[in-house]
Write a protein that binds this ligand. Structure first.
Ligand code: HEM
Length: 521
């Protein structure tokens, strides 16, 4: 039965904060226990050793206003690994000579431990140790394995939303980040829950929860005085606010019952490929269905209460991983396109091959093939991602006490490569490494935007490189095509401002963007 807005209002009125009080209090007690435990562990850790890496004292201003310069200089002066205090933590920063081994030697350096700690999400891992592997499995099997279907299913969302925004704004400035965020949130709502649950309330909830978990991971920590001056207090305060209010009350309070009813209200066959034959959501298996099949009891087909909670936590992780960063990178790409108009013609030209001259539309059935073959756009995206100025990312934590470049590093330490040194390395990319030149990815050197390597780190490296990158790049292409088929992106004064140079991946640049309809050119 389709889910109507009336169901939603009923759900909303049924949810009572008073009735949920014991549940919220239990959560508060659990979270407090986990916090106290982590503070106790932090006290026990990091007893300075005689051959510890040099501790470099960078000022807050240096770190937050020009991190590339500050960390580059510190590494150049003190060697391949340095220790720096930032936001209440001691971090070890490595240069490009150690980057590949830190990111790919999984036995010594843990992706799960490092990434969840730096993103303030390690409490999830403490409660669900397989959380990160479950996320990867869901993306690989629920999305990548049927990427062609996925693209055909969601492309119309990008087209429709772009038409709507152009119609509403009539040549006036648009908020590109909000537009990309809402479009990607709608696409993910379709992929997670299915077409039947797509309505403005659910999309708004997915958008809000993606933004809130992103806040929890510290994306605005660099630009908030409170977060910078009292990082530990900020982390505790933000955790409680996001988990108690945004996630528990708003997201789970409204969407939780829907997901719960789906998971627990029917029986599931353990093999999702069998479920596919049931034409779930017009033949597209949703991520919810995939996870339900995977976690159902093989004998009874039921999803137990514990498994249902686990599925919800995995879905929260997918929402977080899939919406915010992709939306942010869309802004980088569109802004760069607006300021490098010399590339627009070739990018438009390769799109036109697939546009029906009568209707002006791309046939959904060849969208995937068309987007995959859009080499000029792909090279442009790769170059934007390489040069947008990523700094401290990705992250790993040491799994045991060790010697690295002859320095002693204690177990559980955070290690971060200065990604700029790899992405813009002269050794890897030549003397013009710092120059934006998409053509470097054409011809003999052709490498797709999704291909990771020690010289290209925007999606990480090794066993844990982002599994969502195939979808992410497709979404960026869908967004760009939906725009340039109708309009030319123009930035006021041809300029944009980088808001947070320490977090270019999740904080988009700021600028006044208008979409000038093509016919008016
Ligand atoms: C442009 C958008 C995106 C960027 C820049 C990005 C970047 C990254 C990076 C840097 C990592 C860590 C890799 C490492 O440490 O080696 C990562 C991990 C991850 N990403 Fe993405 N990502 C994007 C989009 C997505 C999307 C759309 C999804 C899901 C559909 C996704 C799912 C994940 C997951 C589940 C992980 C955890 C690693 C794993 O399970 O193997 N990401 N991403």
């Amino acid at each position: 039965m389709p889910f109507s807005p009336c169901d939603e209002i009923a759900l909303r009125t049924k949810f009572s904060p008073v009735a949920a009080l014991p549940y919220l209090m239990l959560q508060a007690v659990l979270l407090t226990a986990v916090f106290l435990y982590s503070i106790w562990r932090a006290f026990l850790k990091h007893i300075p050793s005689a051959n510890a890496p040099p501790l470099v004292d960078l000022t807050e201003k240096e770190i937050f206003t020009d991190p590339q310069k500050a960390y580059r200089r510190a590494l150049a002066d003190h060697g391949p690994i340095i220790a720096v205090r930032r936001k209440g933590r001691l971090e070890y920063i490595v240069d490009e000579s150690l980057t590949a081994s830190v990111l790919t030697t999984d036995g010594d350096f843990s992706f799960e431990g490092g990434t969840t700690t730096i993103l303030n999400l390690h409490y999830f891992l403490a409660i669900f140790p397989s959380w990160v592997s479950d996320l990867e499995d869901t993306v690989q099997n629920g999305i990548n394995a049927r990427l062609e279907n996925v693209v055909e299913q969601i492309f119309p969302i990008f087209v429709k939303r772009t038409e709507d925004i152009m119609h509403r704004h009539q040549g006036q400035p648009i908020d590109m980040f909000e537009h990309a965020h809402a479009s990607i949130a709608e696409a993910m709502t379709v992929l997670i829950l299915g077409e039947r649950y797509v309505n403005e309330t659910n999309i708004a909830l997915v958008t809000a929860v993606a933004a809130e978990i992103a806040t929890l991971t510290g994306i605005y920590q660099n630009t908030s005085i409170f977060a910078r001056s009292m990082p530990v207090l900020w982390r505790i305060f933000t955790w409680f606010r996001v988990m108690m209010y945004s996630v528990s009350y708003r997201f789970l309070g409204h969407l939780g019952p829907v997901v719960w009813r789906e998971l627990r209200g029917k029986t599931w066959r353990p093999d999702p490929t069998i479920q596919k034959e049931d034409e779930w959501d017009n033949g597209n298996v949703t991520l919810l269905a995939y996870l339900a099949c995977k976690h159902a009891d093989p004998d009874t087909g039921e999803v137990t209460v514990l498994s249902a909670v686990k599925v919800i936590v995995i879905l929260l992780g997918i929402v977080f991983a899939s919406v915010h960063q992709s939306a942010s990178v869309v802004v980088w790409v569109v802004f760069k396109l607006a300021t490098s108009s010399e590339y627009l013609d070739s990018i438009r030209q390769e799109m036109k091959e697939y546009v029906d001259p009568e209707t002006g539309n791309i046939s959904p059935s060849c969208t995937y093939r068309a987007l995959k073959g859009a080499n000029h756009l792909d090279a442009f995206i790769r170059e934007v991602m390489r040069t947008k100025g990523d700094t401290l990312m990705p992250c790993r934590s040491t799994t045991h006490d060790m010697l690295l470049a002859d320095y002693a590093i204690p177990r559980g330490s955070l290690l971060l490569p200065l990604a700029t040194l790899s992405n813009e390395s002269v050794d890897y990319h030549g003397m013009d490494a710092h120059i934006f030149r998409p053509e470097r990815w054409s011809g003999q050197n052709a490498k797709p935007a999704v291909m990771t390597s020690p010289s290209y780190l925007p999606f990480g490296l090794g066993r844990w490189a982002c599994p969502g990158r195939f979808l992410a790049v497709m979404e960026i292409k869908m967004m760009v095509w939906s725009i340039i088929a109708r309009a030319t992106p123009i930035l006021r004064d041809g300029m944009y401002e980088v808001i947070d140079p320490l977090n270019t991946i999740a904080v988009p640049p700021k600028g006044e963007l208008t979409l000038k309809p093509q016919r008016a050119e």
